[in-house]
Unconditional design. Structure first.
Length: 427
């Protein structure tokens, strides 16, 4: 009877660590779960189940792309890796591996206290980019256990591209080629003076030198909530092919006391800031982790007083990242660090960096600075924005040609010069 009791206690304990409904229902060659340390620097913390999946065309004889996902991103849902590969035009030529970020449903880690509030300090440590990089390397070794030195191809955009840089700093010997799209680098951003923070200020002055002052007046009069307006101003460059006109029209209307255009933005998906504010007891793994990566990239700037110019990008992030920023202010956690740029000088991997001339998140000059440290490197600056929404016919050609033929190849040069791709070159 005592043995039965002990077994029941153990089963309950295991369920509390890893809820059974969190495990992906299929376990086969294409859908995989591996046991990994919750904290790679402290294995005694325990383990969790890391889920990853392979495209249905997977063949060990073909090159494999690891699709890097950042804590902010959720490019697909489990079971949809084929659709992801097809959306990126990878499916015909490559295997694709997609992992679910640690802390989410099928890679579950408990991040809440007994009262359902978030344990932000634990989340800061457990969901950090350092942990994710180790997860990815363990996944690579698990997949290629029969040939542990197998080299992979990697793709990452924005925050995922930031992870690519971290991975290269530690494990570049296992990467044949890496495609990085519009990705920040914390060290370079600081060196450049955080130019993305001045995007709106510079844009408005280029349109009309009175617009910035008019926006100040709108904020001063509290015509609409400032946090909500910041979120809309931040969002327009992501989605618009003509952000200058949209920004001008919105500010001019609000300056006149009109709210029709503002209210229309609130009805658009992703523009209502109030929907970003979720009570802690209702937060899931994605909600908890999504605002950690901006802190890891720009903590120093986020902790500074607001600048004299209006900066809706960081103004919004300061609100959303506050739980993590508070931990740093109170010195309950270490200040986030990033691999030194000097580490990149030893990287032999071929790297292609795609930048956007009008990127308001990851300034195109990051691409120039990275090139000073990398041996095998090409930069393409598209006349496009952070979301790369304008010349969409170009980017699959660039990605696939690079992955197939590499930098310096005549095939890649032909794509760069083709009518599909419009490259912006600095004077």
């Amino acid at each position: 009877m005592r043995i039965v009791y002990l077994l029941s206690v153990i089963i309950i304990f295991i369920k509390n660590i890893y809820p059974q409904d969190s495990k992906y229902p299929i376990e086969d060659f294409y859908h995989r779960s591996i046991e990994l340390p919750i904290d790679h620097s402290n294995p005694q913390e325990g383990t969790f189940i890391q889920y990853y999946e392979l495209t249905s065309n997977f063949d060990f004889n073909n090159p494999t792309i690891f699709f890097f996902e950042d804590a902010q991103q959720e490019f697909t849902i489990p079971g949809e890796v084929d659709n992801l590969a097809k959306r990126y035009h990878f499916f015909q030529d490559f295997n694709v591996l997609y992992y679910q970020h640690r802390g989410r449903k099928h890679s579950y880690i408990e991040l809440k206290n007994s009262d359902s509030t978030v344990n932000w300090e634990r989340a800061y440590h457990i969901l950090s980019a350092k942990q994710v990089i180790e997860d990815i390397e363990h996944i690579r070794k698990d997949l290629f256990k029969e040939k542990s030195d197998t080299k992979i191809l990697i793709y990452g955009r924005s925050g995922g591209g930031c992870l690519v840089q971290r991975y290269l700093a530690s494990y570049s010997q296992y990467v044949h080629r890496a495609f990085i799209r519009a990705a920040p680098n914390p060290i370079i951003l600081k060196q450049l003076g955080y130019p993305e923070s001045k995007y709106l200020y510079n844009t408005l002055n280029n349109i009309d030198t009175t617009l910035h002052a008019k926006l100040r007046e709108v904020l001063k009069k509290n015509i609409v909530p400032d946090y909500q307006l910041f979120w809309i101003l931040k969002g327009i460059p992501y989605t618009s092919k003509n952000p200058c006109d949209e920004l001008k029209n919105l500010i001019e209307e609000l300056y006149e006391g009109k709210k029709n255009l503002y209210n229309r933005y609130l009805q658009k998906k992703g523009f209502d800031f109030s929907k970003m504010i979720i009570p802690e007891e209702k937060m899931n793994g994605w909600d908890i982790g999504r605002h950690l990566r901006p802190v890891e990239v720009s903590a120093e700037y986020l902790l500074e007083p607001d600048p004299e110019y209006i900066d809706p990008f960081y103004g919004s992030l300061k609100i959303l990242c506050e739980p993590y920023l508070q931990l740093i202010r109170e010195k309950k956690v270490d200040f986030p660090t990033f691999p030194p740029l000097a580490k990149l000088k030893d990287v032999e991997t071929e790297i292609f960096y795609l930048a956007g001339r009008n990127d308001h998140v990851s300034h195109y000059r990051i691409g120039f600075e990275l090139g000073k440290y990398l041996k095998n490197y090409e930069l393409f600056i598209a006349d496009d924005n952070h979301a790369m929404t304008i010349y969409q016919g170009c980017y699959p050609l660039l990605r696939n040609t690079f992955f197939n033929y590499g930098i310096g190849s005549k095939e890649l040069q032909e794509v760069r010069n083709s009518l599909n791709c419009k490259e912006w070159k600095q004077d």
